[in-house]
Design a protein around this ligand. Structure first.
Ligand SMILES: CC(C)(COP(=O)(O)OP(=O)(O)OC[C@H]1O[C@@H](n2cnc3c(N)ncnc32)[C@H](O)[C@@H]1OP(=O)(O)O)[C@@H](O)C(=O)NCCC(=O)NCCS
Length: 151
């Protein structure tokens, strides 16, 4: 796959996002209605990467003074190639235009995601108990500072 191009996501991407969600997040997957709201909100940016015209990675960020990485997912077939890192870097750049710091919640047992976030400057600042009730798991809250002029 050549250097990935990152693009804005829209409502036409919802069916493919839902396919990826079901596979990556199982019972914690967001619904079509949630994604339709997310993708049309002026306070959120959703970005994605295609391979041969098929969406293989997607992620979103809340655009606010305290920005939040809302979700990030990479198709299993495309994991461990640096795509998640490229997408996270892009989301932090977008957030950097609005915010000086960014937060996120991550499943405690998701070590791949935690390492990815740590490599991008996030540190654990707290815990939300039973944040994922369907799977009975806590979330760790992580925070990173953003440079004044983005990344
Ligand atoms: C978390 C997630 C987004 C990471 O995406 P990814 O594209 O696999 O991430 P990256 O490839 O950038 O980095 C992941 C690992 O691959 C490694 N990697 C990157 N490029 C690599 C390459 N060319 N060859 C081998 N390994 C590579 C990275 O070093 C990293 O390894 P490590 O964590 O074991 O040190 C993805 O695993 C995913 O969608 N998981 C399910 C959903 C989820 O948990 N989302 C996060 C919570 S919202």
């Amino acid at each position: 796959m050549p250097a990935p191009e990152i693009r804005d996501l829209g409502l036409g991407d919802v069916p493919r996002i839902l396919e990826l969600e079901a596979d990556l997040f199982g019972p914690e997957a967001w619904t079509a209605g949630m994604y339709r709201e997310e993708l049309t909100s002026p306070f959120r940016a959703y970005r994605g990467i295609d391979d041969s015209g098929v969406l293989v990675a997607y992620g979103g960020v809340l655009l606010a003074e305290e920005a939040q990485v809302l979700t990030i997912g990479v198709a299993r077939s495309h994991q461990r190639r640096g795509i998640g890192g490229v997408l996270l870097h892009d989301l932090l750049s977008v957030a950097g235009a609005h915010a000086r710091e960014v937060f996120l919640e991550v499943r405690e047992s998701d070590e791949v995601a935690r390492r990815l976030y740590e490599r991008h400057g996030f540190t654990v600042i707290g815990r939300r108990r039973n944040y994922y009730p369907r799977i009975g798991e806590d979330a760790l809250v992580m925070r990173a500072g953003l440079p004044r002029d983005g990344r």
